[in-house]
Write a protein that binds this ligand. Structure first.
Ligand code: ATP
Ligand code: MG
Length: 367
């Protein structure tokens, strides 16, 4: 269950630079499942200090972090949905991603061409958002041409319900508004999910700033404008300098800290981006620990123990008996599982247990 995001933005705003930062810090191919990926997909490990601590305590043979997959597509331009530029041909590559990572240029540099000839983050964002909406409108219109006849001739409840949804979507998209602004009931939500519309995905705006700007983003007018826009849009925003991220990506953890320190930055922007993505997607992490392997697993907030067991292996879910759980804070403090048992902090949880972020778990199962 790797988290996935598609990178969008105008041409020449720093998407490839960010993507290079991601691919340079790419995990070793053998270290994550499904290692063979398309060349325009970059995978980063999700940094997690809890795994680092577990490794200190358990000295495992193998350490596995969760991963985050980014798909880079060509820059979109105004009119992409009507065939301008190259970008819209690639939009299909990001239909199945969990989130959209929207890179926006927030720096001056006369040497770097801007397709609109000036720096204006909000204008840029609106151009791209409109292209995403137009691409969705095409998807919806295609679907309408399939369902309409059925709805008219058979009048089945299902087809009528879907037509109602499609018409609502069409009206909203034609106004240039995102599909996420349409209110749907549960039944319609199920249809909506199958369309994989781009404008229903959560968006994280990446404010790509220069090396001076990133030191104090809040003082930068480009960032301020974009932030105000993102807040209005209920979207997340992360300031980063793609160039710095590119430099950071080839460094060891220690060198990275030193470099960030020298620049006066509290953390890497890419790490912040990953964290935001977890938050918008309602994702949490549980951990497994032992002498063989320490590993982080991503799950959706609210999932119960058997479902989480199923993330590791379907057999674990099918034959679920119980979960033996302690929290990361317990092992951080007491340092061994024996001490946790002695302190009475090992919990036996059944099939209704809602897993918590930072749970360290052994699943008991029988198939
Ligand atoms: N934060 C930054 N500060 C200064 N220069 C930057 C920054 N980010 C990117 N650049 C520069 O901007 C230029 C364009 O970057 P990049 O090639 O990553 O854009 P892109 O969005 O991938 O473009 P395309 O859509 O054509 O693929 C490069 O010269 C890059 O070095
Ligand atoms: Mg590029």
């Amino acid at each position: 269950m790797s988290l996935t995001a598609g990178i969008v933005g105008l041409p020449n705003v720093g998407k490839s630079t960010l993507f290079n930062a991601i691919t340079n810090s790419q995990v070793e191919a053998a270290n994550y499942p499904f290692a063979t990926i398309e060349p325009n997909v970059g995978v980063v490990e999700v940094p997690d200090h809890r795994i680092d601590r577990l490794v200190e305590l358990f000295h495992p043979k193998k350490t596995i972090y969760t991963t985050f997959e980014f798909t880079d597509i060509a820059g979109l331009v105004k009119g992409a949905s009507k065939g301008e530029g190259l970008g819209n041909q690639f939009l299909s590559n990001i239909r199945l991603t969990d989130a959209i990572c929207h890179v926006v240029r927030c720096f001056d540099d006369a040497n770097i061409t801007h397709v609109e000839n000036s720096i204006d983050p909000v204008r840029d964002v609106e151009i791209i958002n409109l292209e995403l909406v137009m691409a969705d409108l095409q998807t919806v219109e295609n679907r309408i041409s399939k369902v309409e006849r059925k709805a008219i001739t058979t009048k089945t409840k299902n087809a009528l319900e879907e037509m109602d949804l499609l018409n609502k979507l069409k009206a909203v998209l034609e106004q240039g508004q995102p599909a996420r602004s349409v209110e749907v009931d549960d039944e319609q939500a199920a249809f909506l999910k199958t369309y994989n519309l781009l404008s229903t995905k959560p968006v994280i705006y990446v404010a790509n700033m220069d090396e001076e700007g990133i030191v104090d983003p809040e003082a930068n007018p480009y960032y301020q404008a974009l932030k105000a826009y993102a807040e209005k849009d209920n979207a997340q925003i992360v300031p980063l300098c793609a160039k710095i991220e590119e430099d950071l990506s080839s460094l060891s953890a220690e060198e990275k800290d030193e470099f960030l320190n020298d620049l006066g930055l509290p953390h890497s922007g890419l790490d912040a981006l990953i964290q935001k993505a977890y938050a918008v997607l309602n994702l949490q992490t549980f951990l497994t620990a032992g002498a063989d392997e320490c590993r982080a697993w991503t799950f959706k907030k609210g999932m119960k123990a058997p479902e989480c067991a199923g993330i590791i292996h379907t057999d674990f879910q099918r034959g679920f008996i119980r979960a033996e759980v302690y929290s990361f804070d317990d092992i951080d403090e007491l340092e061994t599982e024996a001490a946790i048992r002695e302190a009475g902090r090992l919990r036996l949880e059944g099939k209704d247990y809602v897993m918590q972020d930072g749970d360290v778990v052994h699943f008991r199962f029988n198939v």
